[in-house]
Design a protein around this ligand. Structure first.
Ligand SMILES: O=C(O)CCC(=O)C(=O)O
Length: 305
């Protein structure tokens, strides 16, 4: 019989950057801030690529090519967030595989799981533009949307601009990931502050901490960590590329299809970024050439709805 454990695909080596104290901070608090990971040339590349994606320069479904009469500024002022830009942009895919980011992911993603060997895979990217007066995201836990088998979902949030309380930085509730509890959700009644996604409730919000960071900083956060961001009340855009990953040894029972069981469902539209892919023998799904633009009240108002 074939030994599938021998078919894990090539190992991806990544640098180990964090010290034991930082890894411990992440395990205890569910998030970690690492400044100066992305340099100014890389930030420029990310900003330029956002324009290329938003102008429709990568042919795909979900975004129409922009008129040459529209300035870059005008195009960005219409977008809250682009989902899955790495499906079409090789530049975004390059940042999903960024060695320093993946090195850190290889240290913390499943640091709570005994015998974890540092293997990590990526399943999602989101590029938030969040221009002035655009809404934030109400309290939520990302595992509500992307389930893993071992609580190893993690966001790597790349600040492309300085993120402040004024322009809608991230807020977290430290330690809220610890028990692995998924809070219930309801529709919120504050569409002026938050986009249309539901809001988690049933916890003490007063212990929230704003995470104000400089451009080039990474904020890593666990999929069970309660977090939110508020409306951009400033006059500068708050761009963030956030990529989601999990332990490569966890199946990914995401977007379950008819006839599938949670126990063995496993989406294979993933990118291995650290260590091995134990399920390489299953092969990979080709990403669709499509992206999705997220809605909010500001987007609807601009469209005259
Ligand atoms: O950056 C933001 O405004 C929100 C990001 C977020 O909620 C997420 O990545 O899950």
């Amino acid at each position: 019989m074939t030994d599938l454990s021998q078919q894990t695909g090539p190992a991806i080596e990544v640098p180990r950057i964090l010290d034991a104290e930082q890894v411990h901070f992440f395990i205890e608090n569910g998030y970690l801030v690492v400044p100066d990971l992305i340099n100014s040339d890389e930030l420029k590349e990310l900003k330029d690529d956002l324009i290329a994606v938003a102008r429709g320069q990568y042919p795909c479904e979900g975004i129409d090519p922009a008129s040459p009469d529209d300035t870059d500024e005008e195009i960005l002022q219409r977008i809250l967030c682009i989902h899955q830009p790495h499906f079409i942009s090789p530049v975004i895919e390059k940042y999903i595989r960024h060695p320093k980011i993946c090195g850190i992911l290889g240290q913390i993603t499943a640091a709570h799981v005994p015998y974890w060997d540092g293997s990590v895979k990526c399943m999602q990217s989101m590029y938030f533009v969040k221009p002035p007066q655009f809404q934030g995201q109400a309290w939520h836990q990302d595992e509500i949307y992307i389930p893993t088998r071992d609580r190893s979902l993690i966001g790597a949030w790349i600040a492309v601009d300085d993120a402040t309380v004024e322009n809608g930085c991230l807020y977290v509730i430290p330690g809220s990931h610890r028990k692995g509890y998924l809070y219930p959700q309801h529709e919120h009644d504050n569409p002026d502050e938050f986009d249309f996604a539901p809001e988690s409730y049933g916890f003490d919000e007063d212990v929230e901490v704003p995470v104000e960071v400089k451009a080039g900083t990474l904020v890593f956060f666990n999929g069970y960590l309660l977090h939110r961001s508020r409306k951009n009340q400033g006059n500068i855009t708050r761009r963030v590329l956030v990529n989601h990953y999990c332990n490569a040894w966890s199946l990914l029972p995401w977007s379950i299809e008819e006839g599938e069981r949670v126990a063995n469902a496993d989406r294979r539209n993933i990118i291995p970024v650290s260590g091995v892919d134990p399920y390489a023998w299953k092969g990979y799904e080709k990403p669709p050439r499509s992206i999705h633009i997220r809605d909010c009240k500001a987007v609807k108002e601009l469209a005259g709805n």
